[in-house]
Design a protein around this ligand. Structure first.
Ligand code: SF4
Ligand code: F3S
Length: 110
């Protein structure tokens, strides 16, 4: 198994998660992060750090597409290991549903 980042991260991108990862396997897109499934050691310490509950074990039902998205973009986006300021509008997005339509494939700054 692995942990992955799912829809709730889109446009929230609070980056609290990256500080605790012992193997630095988070990667930054323009408006969300992903986890590299082959680098994650399944320690689980990042899961409770996310304020919007966007980190899930891939063993949860229905996350196959998100596992593939994490794998694809972890190969394309820059590594991120230090927390950044929360986006100014992140609280406005935390309860929005169906955020996948807002997903950006563009890389973040890392
Ligand atoms: Fe990093 Fe552990 Fe989270 Fe995997 S489960 S992304 S190794 S903190
Ligand atoms: Fe995203 Fe949560 Fe990390 S919003 S950037 S998974 S702390």
């Amino acid at each position: 198994m692995t942990y992955i980042v799912v829809e709730a991260c889109i446009k929230c991108k609070m980056t609290d998660c990256v500080e605790v990862c012992p193997v630095d396997c988070f990667y930054e897109g323009e408006n969300m992060l992903v986890i590299h499934p082959d680098e994650c050691i399944d320690c689980g310490v990042c899961e409770p750090e996310c304020p919007v509950d966007a980190i899930k074990p891939d063993t949860d039902d229905g996350l196959e597409d998100w596992l593939e998205l994490n794998r694809k973009y972890a190969e394309a986006w820059p590594n991120i290991t230090r927390q950044k300021e929360h986006p100014a509008d992140c609280d406005e997005w935390r309860d929005v549903k169906d955020k996948k339509q807002y997903f950006s494939p563009e890389p973040g700054e890392g």
